[in-house]
Design a protein around this ligand. Sequence first.
Ligand SMILES: [Zn+2]
Length: 229
Amino acid sequence: MKLFKHIINLFYPRVCAGCGNLLLEGEETVCTTCRFLLPKTGYELNPGNPLAQMFFGQMPFNAVMAEFFFSKSGKVQQLIHGLKYHGSRENGLFLGREIGKSLVQAPDYQGIDVIIPIPLHPKKEKIRGYNQSAVIAEGISQTTDIHVDEKIMFRAIFTATQTKMTREDRWNNVENIFILKSPERLKNKHVLLVDDVITTGATLMSAGKALMQVEGIKISVATVACASN
Ligand SMILES: [Zn+2]
């Protein structure tokens, strides 16, 4: 079996998704050097972090974190870009596993019942072949053993008239983007909402609004990356 693996590596060398160098045995997706250079935020251990503050008074999330800052070296961007546009599911699993490793040590992220990835627009998912947030969620599940439910939340399909709305109109309409299927299953549950990147927080806000309708729900948020400030 090991010989077989060596032969496969001869023809399809495994390279680092961050720098393109050959991966050594025991290295997965990203080489040790790149992994070391990815800038962790440590936000999972800091309840008052800038991302959490973004939602203060607007959405009662239990905790909000991003695993990495977008780095000057661009490696985090590169990993996400590969996941979104080059079919590198492996990048998403790696990023998810990194998030998972941080969450298992974070007091605010204990007792999570289910992981819910932000749904992608069905058209986009068809083109991409997968929802990148669901792949990240799967990676988190690999290190935490928490189940992923990709079906419980879905995106409303916009009508032609809605597509013609201005950007601002659509933003105002954002709260109706997500719909829950069988919300009673989430009653009194601690859910982990997962997205790839956190920028304005609008997407998480609207997903939060849909989830907050469930009685006794507790929502924590985990994302791969955010801007450093
Ligand atoms: Zn590398």
